[in-house]
Design a protein around this ligand. Structure first.
Ligand code: ZN
Length: 329
């Protein structure tokens, strides 16, 4: 039953389960996919299924073994995370020793290395041999949201399982069990989380709506009855140099609003939109802007975002964005 509770990536989970059942689960595994899709959770499920003594090829999540794995106090299941910024060579040296210990009380020893993209080259090199030939009693699971940052020599020694982003319906289903928010907030969070439950849980629906309102005001100020001073006023909080985190969040919202306007103009149905709950504000904007204006504005926004990351002057790029939207350049 607990494996059935895993939401998303059904075919891949099924493949892992069949390999568990046939005893053919590889001993060096890489779980790759965006943050917040359940990679670490599935690694825990595998550790439990390999050790729970209540269920065969599954786990009960209730026996002392399962509970101790959940609490990270089981001697045969070791979770490794970066020590500071990196996974250090000392951590990998001790892991390479421990991999060869016999299980203390379970059937298999499992080593779950989270944020595996944070290996220093020397620590990655130090576990190559371990990944190449781990003993039958141990399984190593590397977890990463940035598989391309891993050395090819690490990747080639692991069987990679790629996790796809979750659908909005899957995220809404998961939020139902976890977040104590209103159904309309759950639907909004599920749509804006870009396939990541982790992102949906980290977002505050109320704060998101306030930021989106601000970005709507900016888009509206740049459309009908355009006055440069009004548009600048609407953009002032977004461009405030002291609010970099908010700037990034609001820029992300602007990108999704522009995308929705493109979709609306192309005749897409409301359920294809991210901001389907604000159709009343999107529709007049879609009518007011041409494809050319939206396309130029998206390019300016790309430029603005890239420049902000390099600490370039934001107001110049923002001017370009405003004038592209207003159709005056
Ligand atoms: Zn159990």
């Amino acid at each position: 039953m607990p494996f059935d509770d895993f939401v998303g990536n059904g075919l891949m989970v099924q493949a892992v389960r069949s390999q568990l059942a046939s005893g053919r689960l590889p001993h060096s595994i890489l779980f790759a996919g965006i943050a917040g899709v359940g990679k670490w959770t599935l690694a825990q499920y595998v550790a439990k299924a390999l050790n729970c003594n209540q269920r065969q090829n599954d786990f009960c999540n209730d026996c002392t073994i399962c509970r101790r794995i959940s609490e990270d106090v089981h001697p045969d299941v070791k979770n490794v995370a970066p020590d500071g910024q990196f996974i250090k060579i000392d951590q990998m040296r001790s892991l390479s020793r421990e991999v060869f210990f016999k299980p203390f009380e379970g059937r298999r020893r499992i080593f779950i290395i989270d944020e595996a993209e944070r290996f220093r080259d020397e620590s990655a090199n130090s576990i190559l041999k371990t990944l190449e030939e781990p003993p039958d009693t141990s399984i190593l699971i590397l977890v990463t949201s940035r598989p391309n940052d891993l050395l090819p020599t690490i990747r080639s020694r692991c069987q990679t399982y790629r996790f796809a982003p979750l659908s909005a319906e899957e995220i809404a289903r998961l939020l139902q069990g976890r977040a104590s928010c209103q159904p309309e907030d759950r639907r909004l969070l599920a749509r804006i989380a870009c396939g990541s439950l982790g992102k949906a849980l980290a977002l505050d629906a109320q704060e998101y709506r306030a930021q989106r309102d601000e970005m709507f005001s900016l888009l509206e100020a740049c459309s009908r009855n355009f006055l440069y001073a009004n548009a600048l006023r609407a953009a002032s909080s977004w461009l405030d140099k002291r609010k970099l985190v908010e700037f990034e969040a609001k820029t992300g919202i602007l990108f999704t609003l522009l995308r929705d306007l493109f979709l609306l103009k192309s005749g897409a149905k409301a359920n294809a939109l991210t901001h389907t709950d604000t159709l009343g504000r999107l529709t007049p904007l879609a009518a007011a802007y041409s494809f050319g204006q939206l396309s130029k504005a998206t390019r300016s926004l790309d430029h603005l975002e890239a420049g902000a990351r390099r600490n370039l002057n934001r107001s110049l790029a923002a001017d370009q964005f405003i004038l592209s939207l207003a159709g005056t350049c």
